[in-house]
Ligand binder design. Structure first.
Ligand code: ADP
Ligand code: MG
Length: 575
């Protein structure tokens, strides 16, 4: 209960309003018949009566109380919406699972079907099926479900495709587990969280579609949903007099309110449970970031300050320019950063903000005309900018490991993984081949790859496995500092998750300090202790992840946080 209350307080106002609206509508749907002042099915006043003390919203053409009609109309409207959404999610899930898991011909056929349905505009599609199946509440729900399942199936399929390649699923399959068992016990639970936002979105769309269908004459004349009230108002020429004011506006407003309510409440789930598949599953692991009361925050900070770990890396006043002069372009300006031992620093910012430049300066690998004009980069007491070229070379892949941006293409496609790793090891120490081989096996185990991948070529590995190989290479020289430039970009959501788990595990096992460069805030939320936000070459804000995420000071950080996938993304997925 207490948890619920804290969770509620952490929600943004808009989400609370959304949940309030949905709860209100739910109550209306359940208790409507008892709340309505009159029986809306029988005549209770003069026809076409204007609002009065007896009939607050007046009456319709046959003298039925409009207020009662609207109240009682909540149930069928919501019922069709929710029912259609549940059925659509059910079909979408089944098709997505089947296509992604079985692949082959099943996949081809199902996905062509999805393509066809998605290429048709939703309203005409529902109309055509509706005309074929005839009017009625149940058929409406069915028709809407038919129109809505396709995008869900597609989304789910791509996730299933990636889950399917995961080691534990492959393991189960190789042990001869039945498809049905693997699907229901392992694949479905893994992808299930992705279904929640889809469902909320579908409810919204379905309620609007119901109104459209009813308005176009495909409603059930015996069940007055809001859409049906609108349709009747139109047929009885409510628009010719000012009757539309109390006959059309209230049900219309309720439909709008419902859609708004679900949209806002859906946003709440996105935020608190932190949706977009990534944000959501990440927030599960580190909920204190998104659901923390201001009080905790202060405590956390002071505790962290007390036990602040020893500084490993300190960058001060670092300015890099591309071009010959100090007035050259790009790079970064007056960057100050500090990283404690065993800590993870997230360096975030949009593309071109200078993140890679900072990383490259640390490891003395500035491309082309990039030059450090000012500043100090002190690693464990040594200013790296004062080292000789030889000393710097020893540092790279030695004390500092780099997982470069576009790391996947760093692997040689025609050389086996094992020998590439051996090269990486022998580049930094003079061990013999046997010892190097042994070390490669250790590294493979460390990054969670089976030993037989030693003989694999890069193309035989999945994207996630290749990323593990690149991380293993960066670890070859036993670094104290790992720089990972966009380590998760270009990977599937669930694989990203695994890579981040791996980095966290390595930090724990090896006591590594890590700088993760990323444009993806949720990545930082999940793994980092500290965050530095960059924009146009400047660090605009930095601090503890909890502090910065809960109370961003700089307007740019606020914008970044506000642009995390929310309602907008849900709506973006509307068919
Ligand atoms: P990020 O990694 O945040 O996307 P970068 O550090 O790659 O940003 O780039 C920062 C700025 O430096 C950008 O304006 C970019 O155009 C410029 N820049 C980066 N690399 C070079 C280069 N090799 N030559 C010239 N300008 C560059
Ligand atoms: Mg970059």
């Amino acid at each position: 209960m207490k948890k619920l209350l804290t969770g509620w307080r952490a929600l943004p106002v808009t989400s609370r309003i959304g949940i309030g609206i949905v709860a209100f509508l739910g109550l209306l749907a359940i208790f409507g018949p008892w709340l309505a002042p009159y029986d809306p099915t029988v005549r209770s006043g003069a026809p076409f009566a204007r609002p009065s003390a007896e009939h607050w919203l007046g009456t319709d053409d046959s003298g039925r109380d409009l207020l009662s009609l609207v109240i009682v109309g909540a149930r069928p409207s919501l019922l069709v919406g929710v029912l259609a959404a549940v059925v659509a999610t059910g079909i979408g899930t089944a098709v997505g699972l089947a296509a992604g898991y079985l692949r082959g011909a099943t996949d081809t056929v199902l996905m062509r079907l999805v393509d066809i349905i998605m290429s048709l505009p939703v309203v005409p599609l529902t109309l055509v099926i509706g005309v074929l199946t005839g009017p009625g509440l149940w058929t409406q729900a069915f028709v809407i479900a038919i129109a809505l399942w396709a995008p869900m199936a597609r989304e789910l399929r791509s996730q299933v495709l990636s889950v399917r390649e995961r080691d534990f699923i492959q393991g189960l399959r190789s042990m001869g587990a039945r498809n049905g068992y693997v699907l229901t016990q392992h694949v479905l639970p893994t992808v299930a969280p992705l279904l929640v936002p889809q469902l909320v979105l579908a409810v919204q769309t379905a309620i609007m579609l119901e109104a459209s269908l009813a308005f176009l004459g495909l409603g059930d004349i015996n069940t007055m949903s809001w859409g049906m009230i609108l349709a009747t108002a139109n047929q009885r020429s409510a628009f010719l007099t000012d009757a539309w004011l109390w006959w059309v506006v209230p049900p219309g407003a309720l439909i709008a309110l419902t859609v708004l309510g679900f949209a806002l409440a859906g946003g709440a789930m996105e935020r608190s449970a932190g949706l977009s598949a990534q944000v959501r599953s990440r927030a599960r692991k580190k909920p204190q970031i998104l659901a923390q009361s201001p009080g905790d925050n202060v405590e956390h900070r002071s505790a962290a300050e007390e036990s602040a770990p020893e500084t490993l890396l300190e960058i001060s006043g670092l300015s890099v320019r591309y071009g010959d002069t100090e007035s050259g372009v790009g790079g970064c300006t007056a960057v100050d950063l500090r990283l404690g031992r065993g800590q993870i620093l997230g360096l975030v910012g949009e593309s071109g903000s200078g993140k890679s430049t900072v990383a490259a300066a640390i490891i003395s690998l500035l491309p082309g005309a990039g030059t450090v004009h000012e500043g100090r980069i002190v690693l464990a007491g040594r200013n790296l900018l004062e080292l000789s070229e030889n000393e710097r070379r020893a540092l790279r892949g030695g004390q500092i490991g780099l997982v470069p941006q576009e790391a996947q293409s760093a692997l040689n496609p025609v050389q086996r993984i094992g020998s590439q790793l051996i090269e990486a090891i022998r580049g930094h120490s003079t061990v013999d081949k046997v010892a190097a081989r042994q070390r490669v096996l250790e590294l493979l185990a460390l990054v969670g790859l089976p030993a037989e991948k030693f003989l694999a070529y890069p193309h035989q590995l999945s994207g996630g496995q290749r990323q593990r190989v690149v991380i293993a290479m960066a670890l070859a020289g036993d670094p104290v500092l790992l720089l990972a430039d966009e380590p998760t970009s270009g990977l599937d959501v669930l694989v990203q998750e695994e890579i981040l788990d791996l980095l966290t595990k390595l930090r724990e096992q090896l006591g590594l300090s890590i700088i993760i460069v990323t444009h993806d805030l949720p990545v930082v939320a999940q793994v980092a202790d500290q965050v530095a936000v960059m924009r146009a070459g400047l660090v605009v804000e930095q601090g503890e992840v909890c502090t910065v995420f809960n109370r961003p000071q700089h307007p740019y950080t606020q914008t970044l946080l506000a642009s995390l996938p929310g309602i907008e993304q849900l709506q973006g997925a509307t068919p």
